[in-house]
Design a protein around this ligand. Structure first.
Ligand SMILES: *Cc1c(COP(=O)(O)O)cnc(C)c1O
Length: 469
């Protein structure tokens, strides 16, 4: 490495460490929010024919850090990802520096064995005794691979023959993540064959309505083949009843996929794992470690109960030059993947797991669930605040109601105005959502830096702004 490069790396590391330590301070603004047009004016983004100096590169990095959103800030409660540990960040740096593709054992020996260890660990949590799995490019992709494995199981020659006029149908709840929709149009199943089944007042799929839908489709000559359950819905944090869904899957011979991208970590907790009772009867499970477990994006896996199905469903090509037969062929992850080059996502998770221990994740989950209960108590105790949903998990959905006489339209507008003000202030990042025509403020307790004091200040600010608006 030449001298200047060394300097650039050291300076960058220092800037990043400084940036991370500022995130500990709740008084630092989460972002200097600017519209795209205004930001364009502040940044120099041109790409020129001539090279620039290292100093300019350092300035560019400073600009980036200045205007990026501080997602590790304790007031960042807007999305399903946040924060990360120094061990995970170090893992990501090492991954970048050692740049390799996790497709063959030969070019990624340690990463491969770490990935195997992680997949075994996650399968133990889920209860797949001889399961298999692979890290993928996100929960959306894991859902696609999961329901694709189901197609392959039902029609083993689908890789060669396609659907041959059959109409596979997949059943999800009306609260499922939109990635199911993308998966079905990518796979050629068609969005009209994604049946969205009604949910109950806790936003869980209604198994009786599901049964009727399956029977109706069978009568129409369609081919029900898969139930796509959700453990921890994105907006409301609801858990579909997996035992009942597994019974239906058995009865009708369907593949059961569980999207646990958000809710999966309840399995770490003795107190809360009942929310996913029956998951060991699923055929495939989506897991996102970049959500509740706070790993740097992207860090996800698809787990399958049947060993071998990933490889038979996803393999194809590459033998001529990449996947040579040798003593380590069984460790070549590329054969079970839809990708060719694969980013190493295992090291950061493996290091983070070592660093926190399994009990670290358990404690984080239990603590966050207690914070959710605390939040509900504070809202219920305040006469100008109301919960819209009683949470099962870490999604908190509530609103400001200044007085009993306000009509729904004005109330909804007022809540949106409060959020706009907060975005401009850069003090808290939260969002709004609509669940079954109810509009409210939504926040998510995924950030492991959140304490009760942060929640108190949040509610104070909402009430203050609400009363001034
Ligand atoms: C976030 C989410 C996904 C998508 O995961 P990505 O990793 O963002 O692709 C899928 N399902 C649920 C329930 C989610 O919350």
């Amino acid at each position: 490495m030449i001298k200047n490069d060394r300097q650039l790396m050291l300076q960058t590391a220092e800037l990043l460490i400084e940036y991370l330590s500022e995130n500990d301070n709740a008084d630092v603004a989460i972002s200097e929010y600017l519209s795209a047009d205004d930001l364009q004016q502040c940044l120099n983004l041109t790409l020129d024919d001539e090279s620039v100096s290292h100093d300019r590169i350092i300035d560019d990095i400073k600009q980036y850090l200045r205007y990026c959103t501080r997602t590790s800030h304790p007031h960042f409660m807007k999305q399903l990802f946040s924060g990360s540990t120094s061990a995970a960040i170090a893992g990501d740096w090492v991954t970048t520096v050692t740049n390799t593709a996790a497709h063959t054992y030969q070019v990624a020996p340690v990463a491969t064995l770490m990935e195997e260890t992680l997949i075994t660990k996650l399968n133990e949590l889920v209860g797949f005794e001889s399961g298999d799995g692979i890290m993928v490019t996100g929960g959306s992709n894991a859902n696609l691979v999961g329901i694709y494995c189901g197609l392959h199981k039902r029609w083993p020659d689908i890789k060669q023959e396609g659907f041959r006029g059959q109409q596979p149908v997949i059943y999800v709840s009306d609260q499922c993540h939109y990635s199911y929709e993308k998966a079905v149009f990518t796979l050629g199943i068609g969005t009209n064959n994604l049946r969205k089944v009604n949910t109950d007042e806790q936003n869980r799929i209604d198994p009786e309505a599901l049964r009727l839908a399956i029977i109706e489709d069978l009568k129409l000559g369609k081919h029900p083949y898969c139930i796509g359950a959700t453990s921890g819905t994105t907006v409301a944090g609801s858990f579909d009843p997996l035992e009942a869904l597994a019974d239906l899957a058995d009865e009708f011979g369907l593949w059961l996929h569980v999207d646990a991208a958000w809710g999966g970590p309840v399995l770490f907790s003795e107190t809360h794992k009942h929310l996913m009772r029956g998951v060991e009867r699923a055929d495939s499970v989506t897991w996102d470690a970049h959500k509740f477990m706070s790993l740097p994006l992207i860090c996800s896996a698809i787990l399958v109960r049947e060993h071998g199905i990933l490889e038979s469903a996803c393999s194809g090509g590459g033998q001529a030059y990449l996947f040579h037969e040798d003593e380590n062929s069984d460790h070549n992850y590329g054969k079970k993947s839809l990708q060719c080059g694969r980013h190493v996502d295992s090291l950061k998770l493996w290091l983070d797991w070592r660093y926190k221990g399994t009990h670290g994740y358990r404690d984080q989950l239990d603590k966050s669930m207690q914070l959710a209960q605390y939040f509900v108590q504070q809202v219920n105790a305040h006469e100008q605040l109301e919960m819209i949903l009683e949470p099962d998990y870490l999604n908190l959905f509530f609103r400001f109601v200044p007085d009993a006489t306000i009509d729904a339209t004005n109330r909804d507008q007022l809540n949106l105005d409060i959020l706009t003000k907060m975005k401009e202030n850069g003090s808290f990042y939260i969002d709004y959502a609509t669940v079954k025509d109810q509009l409210g403020i939504r926040l998510v307790l995924v950030n492991n830096r959140i304490e009760t004091s942060h929640l108190d200040s949040l509610l104070d600010e909402i009430v203050d702004i609400g009363n001034q608006t």
